[in-house]
Design a protein around this ligand. Structure first.
Ligand code: FES
Ligand code: FES
Length: 151
């Protein structure tokens, strides 16, 4: 076990965990930030996506020891009132079905738009390609990302 000081959603947090612990479990088990979901555990589904310095990152494959001073944002910290443009567009398009993949989808979409505010259809497809939705909400996701780019 070792102590790690982390910056998460703009707040300083301290955890005492095995250095190899994936951030996914530090968030969920140690910090009670359960919006970040466990899907595959092997960086294949995107359910666990968070931002590290604004970049979409799979927390299931990110050991806490690799985080250092980098700033982590989870779905809980994306916006104060749930009114980030991506969240507004998600509501407008009624995107979620079971909802399980959706936090990861939103974190990937918001990182895309931060880096590329007016993505083409191809750029949206390419950025969202690695986030799997077992309910098949892909058409609505794509439409919502497009809408979010106009908000
Ligand atoms: S749980 Fe991390 S990518 Fe699937
Ligand atoms: S909404 Fe059910 S897995 Fe995507």
């Amino acid at each position: 076990m070792a102590i790690f000081k982390l910056t998460i959603n703009g707040q300083q947090k301290q955890v005492d965990v095995d250095p190899a612990t994936p951030m996914l479990w530090v968030l969920r088990d140690n910090l009670d930030l359960v919006g970040t979901k466990f899907g595959c555990g092997i960086a294949q589904c995107g359910a666990c996506t968070i931002h590290v310095n604004g970049n979409a990152t799979r927390s299931c494959q990110l050991p806490v020891s690799a985080v250092g001073d980098n700033k982590i944002t989870t779905i809980e910290g994306l916006s104060e009132n749930g009114d980030h443009p991506v969240q507004q567009a998600w509501l407008q398009h009624d995107v979620p079905q079971c909802g399980y993949c959706q936090a990861g989808q939103i974190m990937t979409a918001s990182a895309l738009l931060a880096a590329n505010p007016k993505p083409t259809d191809e750029e949206i497809e390419s950025a969202m390609n690695g986030n799997i939705c077992r309910c098949g909400t892909y058409v609505r996701i794509k439409a919502a990302v497009k809408t979010a780019s106009t908000l």
